[in-house]
Ligand binder design. Structure first.
Ligand code: SF4
Length: 218
């Protein structure tokens, strides 16, 4: 499990990949099982399609970024119109954690930055994982660039870019995201047991059901 920690300036930081929040929020047993190798990693068609979509956007981003000396800072500091960029890769040490991941979409307006995560579907009552993922990206962007603009987070539909939800990024969002990081770290360190979902119906459509000893229905 040493690959889940990184030594930095004499500190041992837990590596957090923001896309984990989605899986952890769906079911801790499944997230923990895959992370520790107890469950085989299952690749679904949706994951293949999603990966191809991300890959294409990343290529476009890299083409644009190649032209600039500090593309990220240029986008963040721009003062006219709106610049849309995709697949920002960042690695940021913050608090007790080392965040590493790609921001799906960043909109930079003269007065604000909007960070979006793309999802195929978003149900507000089950959307905490997606929200925490977007909140982690806000923290990464803020720590990396220290922008003076207001920071917003949102969830948008993968293909149509319809915005499901958008709000200003607030301290309570950051706190909740960090609390979840601590919970994930405790699970990895064996200080807590992973919990099955509150809704047994999740087990019916779970890709790990065939190997899971904690499933709630047959
Ligand atoms: S079968 Fe149920 S308990 Fe097991 S990993 Fe899937 S959702 Fe979680």
């Amino acid at each position: 499990m040493s690959y889940l920690f990184r030594e930095l300036d004499g500190r041992r930081l837990f590596v957090v990949r923001p896309h984990w929040f989605n899986d952890q929020s769906f079911c801790e047993v499944g997230w923990h099982g895959v992370l520790t190798g107890a469950f085989p990693k299952v690749v679904t068609q949706a994951m293949v399609t999603g990966g191809a979509d991300h890959g294409q956007k990343e290529e476009e981003f890299l083409e644009e970024a190649e032209e600039a000396e500090d593309f990220g800072r240029d986008v963040i500091n721009q003062t006219e119109g709106v610049v849309e960029s995709a697949e920002f890769f960042e690695e940021v040490a913050f608090n007790d954690f080392y965040f590493t991941g790609k921001i799906d979409v960043l909109h930079s307006y003269p007065d604000r930055l909007e960070v979006f995560d793309r999802k195929k579907t978003f149900l507000p009552q089950f959307g905490m994982g997606a929200r925490r993922q977007a909140w982690a990206y806000c923290v990464m962007l803020r720590q990396q660039y220290q922008p003076t603009k207001k920071l917003f987070w949102g969830i948008m539909e993968t293909k149509s870019s319809e915005v499901f939800e958008k709000e200003e990024f607030l301290p309570r969002h950051e706190q909740e995201m960090l609390d979840t990081c601590r919970r994930m770290q405790d699970l990895v360190l064996g200080k807590r047991e992973p919990e099955p979902p509150a809704f047994p119906n999740k087990c019916l459509k779970c890709k790990h059901a065939a190997v899971c000893g904690k499933k709630l229905c047959d």
